[in-house]
Structure formats: structure tokens, C-alpha cells
Design a protein around this ligand. Sequence first.
Ligand code: COA
Ligand code: AMP
Length: 632
Amino acid sequence: MSDKFNKIYDHSIKNPEKFWQEAAEDIFWFKKPTKILNKFNPPFYKWYEDGSTNTCYNALDVHIDKGRGENTALIYDSPITGNKSKFTYEELRSKVANFAGALKAQGINKGDRVIIYMPMIPEAVIAMLGCARIGAIHSVVFGGFASTELASRIDDSKAKLLITASCGFEPGRTVEYKPLVDEAIKIANHKIKKMILFQRTGHEVKLNAPTEISWEEVVSNAEAVDCVEMNSNEFAYILYTSGTTGTPKGIVRDIGGHIVALKWTMKNIYNIDTNDIWWSASDIGWIVGHSYIVYAPLFKGCTTVLFEGKPVGTPDAGAFWKIISDYKVKSLFTAPTAFRAIKKEDPEGKFFSKYDLSSFESLFLAGERADPDTIKWAENLLKVPVIDHWWQTETSWAISSNCTGIEMMETKYGSACKAVPGYDVKIIKPDQSLAKPNEMGDIVVKLPLPPGTFPTLWNADKRYKENYMSNYDGYYQTYDAGHIDDDGYIWIMSRTDDIINVAGHRLSTGAIEEVLSEHQSVAECAVLGIADKLKGQLPIGLVVLKSGVDKDDETISKECIQMVRAKIGPVAAFKVTIVIKRLPKTRSGKILRGTIRKIADNVEYKIPPTIDDPAILSEIKEDLIKHKILNG
Ligand code: COA
Ligand code: AMP
């Protein structure tokens, strides 16, 4: 390895303003910033505060200005419906400009919030970019969330308008969106003024005019509009993510830093150039979908694939290879779960051998820990580098990765490679001292965070400061724990809060506990994420009943599962609740969730010295065995 990467990395840490000023040269500005970083009010830093630009202009118009309007911007492929389409930059801009005009005609202006609750169809991308064009702030909500979650996002964002579709498709099931949306609008305290609904062919639903309007109708009456000039520090979007309570956190993204950082990553991290075909197999409802299905590839001017399907079951374990082969995809980004699912169905790669993957150069994995077995299996099959990289909704781009466009680094199985330029990552021990190499601790990033990360939480500066920026003075607390080895490789070992990762989806066990506590027979409960071979982790619920409850355990368990599905959504993948007699606690009354998890995972555990009654641990173990929950 040469020292090319080290030089670039050191430059970014020693001279962040210079580094990000240079990167900012690569994007379109209406007014180029002269003030690169405002650090006068920590932890509220501002990048490019006197610059003005537009997200949509950088995603579409700029490429047309450069004579690349005929290049393909978006490829849509839906093995679920059999639909396929392609849009050039020119075509996509025309649709976006028109839809932006439709939003304006519905009374949406700069700064207004718009909720997007849609399946993986081109109209979802058009809706996001349409908002960006007129400076409206979108908040995309993942389709696997239930009405209550949607309602909490409507209330927190105080959105004026909601964009949805008549349905989404999951293998073997149609997700009817309209009843879910109706219910959310009904329970939300804040009242949405209008709904635009895209009717999917063969699944049209009835709309109640004048507040509910079809996509077709708003678009046919609209006039195309141009991009509005936005200050760099105005917000592009809010993306809600699980917090430690049931109240989700509205991660916000400011406009200028988002464009600069994401465009920079496409070449430097992913080695993608303008003529390349890029595919991120995620969902636009997650951060990976925001950053790497929509924004970063379009800022770069390459081609992005929008895939409405699954790694398995749509129709088989060859679905990913088919997309790569059909469209000559250069690199794929997905979650390790997707590869575990393919490996489970087709361990020998029989489907793989049917396709020509000569265009394929690299696979990127993130969203959860990538187990070495899966990485090695993928490497053996694909014969290309498989890169585990680490990031969060909060940052919107990788904190650590192999920066393949700068210099390919050696893989260390189980590590998410080195800190990416812009991130000064440290490990802090419980006594607040910095850890030595290989010592475990909390993973933190020295402030200021680079551009493109979250400047605050929506309407919650205090929560931002207290939650993320206060426990370690001068550092952002990632809530991940791990260590950095002698070579600077970062090893992400676990979360330090109650967040679990289920199939690459971020969930709060605290939020599930809040739902279980609402069951009228439940006195107390604990939800924990136990290891799962396919999904990485799965939530299980343990409930203790109130005295005098005469319902049988099975009924209560079923009711609890149904409540979580109805209140959080199918995405919680919450399928197991067992009724137990008592929960193990410390003498001060804290539930020993970590110890129960170790028992369930069948790994060694120590009896905590503060435990109130150690006998409960054996009872729990017996219960887990009885219900066939014990791992291993
Ligand atoms: N709308 C409505 N429901 C959805 C949904 C959506 N957009 N996405 C998932 N769901 C539902 C599923 O249908 C499933 O419902 P069920 O309980 O009725 O079966 C439930 O939510 C759980 O979904 P999931 O955890 O994804 O499990 P699965 O068994 O359907 O699929 C995989 C398993 C591995 C195929 C799937 O998780 C996958 O493709 N993972 C890739 C990871 C990924 O994209 N991560 C995103 C972040 S990078
Ligand atoms: P999300 O905000 O949904 O992207 O989830 C972020 C969390 O997912 C991180 O804080 C980690 O706990 C986990 N995560 C993401 N990428 C990785 C990775 N490569 N290795 C281990 N954990 C990861």
C-alpha cells in the first residue's frame, strides 16, 4: 500500500476547511460559499453558511447543462410486478419539474414539510426530487411502518401534504397503503391538508376529493418549474430513525454539505464515475436508500438502479445476479442480511452460474455487522472485493470504509476498515480517557463532524446536544462500541443503547416495550435482540402478567405480537413473546436485559453481583428452552 490514502486522510483531519473547500468546487452553486465552517456555537457547526445551491439542480439539471441529458439517470426494475423502465437525465428532470409544479399548485412552498409513504417506484424518487426542486423538506417513511408510526412522523414534522400510492407489493402479499394512511391521518393530532396518491395499475382505490387527489390528475394540470435557490444550511429532508424511546428522532440534513459530501463519496469510497451503473439494493425509506439510491449517484451523474424486489423469492435467489447482468452493474451496495438470505437458499451459487457478471467490480455491505462467513462466501462466489463499511442515519455516509477510489486496502474480516477522510474516530473508555489500540470502549467522532452529517434534530436542538454531544466533551457519541487496532482498523462490536438491527433495519427495543406495556394484562416486560442466523438479530418479548389474569399464555402472546405489528409495523419482525413469572433485576430494580440476552444466545455470562435473586436466571433459561428460543 502506498501512502496515498493516509495523505488524503491526514489532510482532511488537519485542514478540514481546506479539504471541504476543495471538495465543494465539484458541485454547482448559485453562490459559492466564502465561509466554509462556522464553529462559533458548538456543537452546532455550520458548513458553507453563505453558499446557495439546490439539491435537485445538482442531481439533474447540472448534468443536462453539461450535455449529458441523454445519459440514463434511473433504471427501474420490479420483478414483483414485471415492470421495467429507464429515464434519461432529461426525462427525469422533465417529470420532476412537472411534479414540483404540481406541488406548488397544491400550495407547497419552500420550507414546507411533505411526507412520502411510497413503495419502490420511480414516482417515489420523482416526489423526493420534486420537493428538493422547490425547497420543500421531505420526510420519507418506510412502507413497513404501521399507521401509528406514520402518525407520529406527521405530528412531529407538521407536514402539509402526504404523497402515497395505492399499494406496495411484498412477496405473496399486497400492502394496501390507503387504509394505513387514512388511519394515520385520523390518529395524528396535526392535520394534513392534502394527499396525492399514485394509483398502481389494477389496484386503484377510491379518493375523496378535494383533499385526496390522484398523481395523474395533479401532474396533468401542472406546469414545470425551475429550481429555487436555497441557502446551504436550509434543510433538504428529515428522516426519522429509532431513538431510545418510542419517540423517533428527526435526523435533518442541510443542503450544501449533503451535496458536497455525497458527491465526494461516489468516487472516493465507491470508485464510481459518471458512466458507471450503480445499484443500491435498499429501500428509499432508509438512509441507504436516500443517500445511495437517490442522491449520491445522481449528484455524481451516473446511473442508479431502483429495484422493487427482494434478494430471494422474487422469483428466486438469482434476482440480484439477474439485475447485475441485465444492466451491467459495476458495484452493488446492500445489507449483509440480503447475502445471508441468498446463501441460505442457494449455498452453492447454482443461480449465480447462469448469469454473466463480467461488469461487476465490487460489493459493499453496511447496516449491520457483516459476519466473516458471509463475506468469505460472497468473495468466493463473486471473485470481487467485498467491502464492509460502517455508518448511520445520523451521518448519511460512511464513517469507516475501504476507500476504493483512493486506494484499495487489505480486508480484515470482521472489521469495517479505517476511518474515512473527514471523520476523526476515537475510542473512549468508561473513565473518559482515550483507549489505546485494541482497547474496547465507546466509539466517538471528534467534532466538528464533516459536511453531510446531521447539524441537529428536527425542532430538537436540546435533544441533539444532550443525546449525542454531551456525554463526551467535544465528541459525537455514535452509540456503537468497539476498538481500533494497531493498523487503524475499526471493529464495531455492539450498540451501547437499546437499538437492535433486524435484517439491516434499525429498531428500538424500548419502543417495542412501550407497546407491550399497553397490553392490559401485562405488568412488566423486557424486549431484547437475540442473535439470528438470517436477520442478524431478532426481537423477543418476555412479559410478566398482572396478578389475577385468567387468559391463557398463548392468547396473550398472540395479542402482544399483533399489537406490535399494528403499532410499529411488520418491519419489527416481532414474532415471539413468552409469558414468564418474574424478570431478573438488580436490587435497585433495573431489568438485567444484557444477562437475559446472553442466556438466550447461549453464551457465557456472569451472575451480576447486584442481582436481586439469582434463581430467576435459571427459571428464565428453562422458559427459553421450553419455547425453543435458546440459540446454539
Ligand atoms: N412495506 C410493507 N411491509 C414490508 C416492507 C415494506 N416496504 N418491507 C418489509 N415488510 C414486511 C415484510 O413483508 C415482512 O412481513 P411479514 O411479517 O408479513 O412476513 C416483515 O416486514 C419483515 O420484513 P423483513 O425483515 O425484511 O423480512 P422478510 O422475511 O420479508 O425478508 C430479507 C427477509 C432478508 C429478504 C429482507 O429483509 C431483505 O431483503 N433484507 C435486505 C436488507 C435491506 O434492504 N436493508 C435495508 C437497509 S440497508
Ligand atoms: P442505521 O442508522 O439504520 O443505518 O443504523 C446504524 C447502525 O447500524 C450503526 O450505529 C451500527 O450499530 C449498525 N451498523 C451499520 N453498519 C455497520 C457495520 N458495517 N458493522 C456493524 N454495525 C453496523
